[in-house]
Design a protein around this ligand. Structure first.
Ligand code: AOF
Ligand code: ZN
Length: 350
């Protein structure tokens, strides 16, 4: 039971890295000596120290070198992901824990990343450290579902997002009038944009709504903006062409980079578009994407079965007519009232 409690704390710490560590996983670490937490840390930013390094450093900062060394010997380290065994952007965390002679290491998930994948656990065991793994495994997998999807399925974690009227019409997101009537939903959508790597829209949505696809209503960074525009028909006066955020335009005409705008040429975009986009994003290390419309693009991903989560707002208003809302066959895992709108979250059944 205590193992679960400390692991829960690791997961809380890990989640503080949300939006800043991709394509790395979110990882938290707690070091416990004689029933007391003596240091905590998490992976804060991509390219910077891993969770274990920060937790060990916290012990040193608090107790000074001499006492820290004594405390770490015989301490237990809780880590939500298997400590790494490889020299990546930082040296192996397994080596760090061995060097400080920890007695026991408790792990949430085994790391499926090729360079680690059990080698961290093996290193620790070979050094005589007691290892327990699989503690709060489900919760930890859920937290890092984007990372696991990329590593195991070689594609990004795909979140579909749209709004529909009470009577089932597709309400195009980005339509200013609608947004004004739903300030809370809009803010939540901007929060989501700070959490995912990228936001994707189709040509019609880009043309008609002229979306900015930034996170201006929530503190945090903007996502990468992705646009599908086969024949490059979106005028360069549209917001997506400003330099505010990195923008990738998938098209059939050219590959080029102009400031923050990256043109990526693809072939035969009328065939297997969802599969092709998913693979391109994988190659670009884009680990999660929100598909923000329109209906046609959403339906293509739904038909291909290429989605993980759908976040659907149902507004209180009814329309006389309009395009029909996409239909989804998934498991509803959450229903929430967001201002006047109802938010339903679906997971793809597998
Ligand atoms: C850990 N602790 O906090 C994290 C780990 O490029 P690098 O060096 O940052 O390594 C990235 C890989 O390391 C990543 O794919 C994942 O397998 C692991 N992440 N490991 O021991 C951490 N963030
Ligand atoms: Zn590491």
């Amino acid at each position: 039971m205590t193992d679960e409690l400390y692991m829960q704390r690791c997961l809380e710490l890990a989640s503080l890295g949300m939006g800043n560590v991709s394509p790395n996983p979110m990882v938290g670490c707690v070091i416990v000596s004689e029933g007391k937490i003596i240091g905590e840390g998490y992976h804060e930013k991509i390219g910077e120290a891993h969770a274990e390094v920060n937790a060990v450093k916290a012990v040193f900062d608090k107790y000074g070198a001499e006492s820290a060394a004594l405390l770490l010997k015989n301490a237990t380290a809780y880590v939500s992901l298997e400590p790494c065994a490889h020299f990546g952007k930082t040296p192996p965390c397994a080596d760090l824990l061995i060097r400080h002679q920890l007695k026991r290491v408790v792990i949430g998930n085994r790391d499926p990343f090729e360079a680690v994948d059990g080698k961290g656990i093996e290193k620790l065991k070979n050094a005589g450290i007691e290892v327990s793994s699989g503690i709060l495994e489900k919760e930890s997998s859920w937290l890092n579902r984007r990372f696991f999807t990329r590593i195991l399925q070689k594609r990004p974690y795909i979140i579909l997002k749209w709004a529909r009227t009470a009577n089932g019409f597709f309400a195009p997101v980005g339509d200013e009038q609608r947004w004004i009537s739903r300030p809370l939903a809009k803010r939540l959508v901007h929060k989501w944009r700070t959490e995912e790597d990228a936001v994707l829209v189709g040509k019609r949505t880009a043309l008609v709504d002229n979306p900015q696809l930034n996170a201006r209503e929530w503190p945090g960074r903007n996502p990468i903006r992705l646009l599908i525009d086969r024949n490059l028909e979106i005028p360069s006066e549209h917001y997506l062409y400003n330099n505010e955020a990195k923008t990738i335009i998938f098209n059939e005409i050219k590959t080029d980079v102009v400031d923050n705008i990256h043109f990526v040429q693809m072939e035969d975009m009328q065939y297997y578009l969802p599969q092709k986009i998913a693979f391109q994003l994988y190659l670009m290390d884009i680990q999660s994407v929100i598909i923000d419309g329109g209906a046609q693009l959403l339906n293509q991903f739904i038909t291909a079965g290429l989605w993980d989560e759908a976040r659907v707002f149902t507004s209180a208003v009814s329309w006389a007519d309009g395009m029909l809302s996409p239909q989804i066959n998934g498991m509803i895992t959450e229903v929430q009232q967001i201002g006047k709108d109802q938010l339903s979250i679906y997971q793809n059944k597998r």
